[in-house]
Design a protein around this ligand. Sequence first.
Ligand code: DLL
Length: 433
Amino acid sequence: MEHYYQPEIETASRETLTRIQNDRLVKTVKRVYENVPLYRQRMDEAGVRPEDVKGIEDLRKLPFTQKQDLRDTYPYGMFAVPMDDVVRLHASSGTTGKQIVVGYTQKDLDMWGECVARMLSAIGAEKKDKLHVAYGFGLFTGGFGLYEGARRMGCTSIPVSSGNTARQLTIMQDFESDILACTPSYAMYLGESAEKAGIDTKALPLRAGIFGAEPWTEEMRKGIEKSLNIKAYDIYGLTEIMGPGVSFECSCQAGMHVNEDHFIIEILDPETHEPLPDGQKGEIVFTCLDKEAFPLIRFRTKDIGTVTHEKCACGRTFVRMSKPMGRTDDMLIIRGVNVFPSQIETVLLQTGQSPNYQIIVDRVGALDTLEVQVELSEEQFSDRVSDISRVERDLTERLKSLLGIAAKVTLVSPGTVPRSEGKAKRVVDKRRF
Ligand code: DLL
């Protein structure tokens, strides 16, 4: 039996959802025009008046928002309510550039909790469950986002925050955590550390995990499910739009349902900005429908993905998005060839290699170089040198045929690739541009 948190809305007909979206979009556009100078200016420049937007069919008349706009208006220029009504701030630094600040009203936090509670119900969590939150608590949205959902749903949250792996494992055992929430790379590390510490994960009550905030592959999902003996679910979100819970996986694990009563998703051709049909890869763009403090219109996420309107076996009618398949800005251009780190990860995991790897890009003279450092498992480490060279050769060939350019594969000793407690740093780009 499928569990829903709000069955009426989660299984609503397309007509009902469209009606809600039309109604909320009209109100939000009016509000941002009146309260956010940047939107008033952009809409004036585009010759669009708030009353020209009568529903979602007029969405395309509206200008885009980009991360740079949030930096230019730092810290509070995009807020649509007086500071008096803001009850929480979060921030995101990204990997480059100045941080951005987002705000939430009381109602925004309730809505956030509702979105995360839908995800918790979808994966079969119940009030009696204990949610072990090992996402960071702080300006990062991961910790507090999951906490809001657990509170809303009535689960017991254990706000451990990130770091101190030995302590995480002790708490997991002693407090009897049922569900784990952290980044997928940290989940892998927890599994590995449990094994090293001689903890039998099969004997733990832990049964599910909520992993997101960074790209991860199906192979990695299998690895986590095996090592922690749980079901692993994907959750997506971004600071600018809300944090975790913009979309979530259900028990079918076949894409992430977008909370469409609160957010509109568009998939656009990154160059022409034309909308793309179901199944075609493009840039994910979100519009907030009922956020009060920080409502963004057509925010270009730079994440690349697809959507499907096909019916999901879980009964939810919310459109599903794919796992993001990289970002327009994490695509590496090496000797003129486009390379996504996720392609490299897929090859490594499909061939049974360790998920602990790092991609090093450098430039020697005028030539870009690509090196993939992959950690050997303990068994491989004790193998003969000739076996290790065979693995290196095999990986080199597979990467060459997939990427179309040569990569140097270096197998390194177990435990030498740096572990992360939050988002993993997979790429080190040493080139000077
Ligand atoms: O990472 C919010 C979050 C926290 C999501 C906890 C899920 C769980 P930011 O730090 O602003 O917010 O980073 C947002 O992370 O644009 C994607 O590129 C990436 N990302 C988030 N979730 C996923 C996912 C949080 N499930 C950026 N799969 C986004 C792949 C993800 N990438």
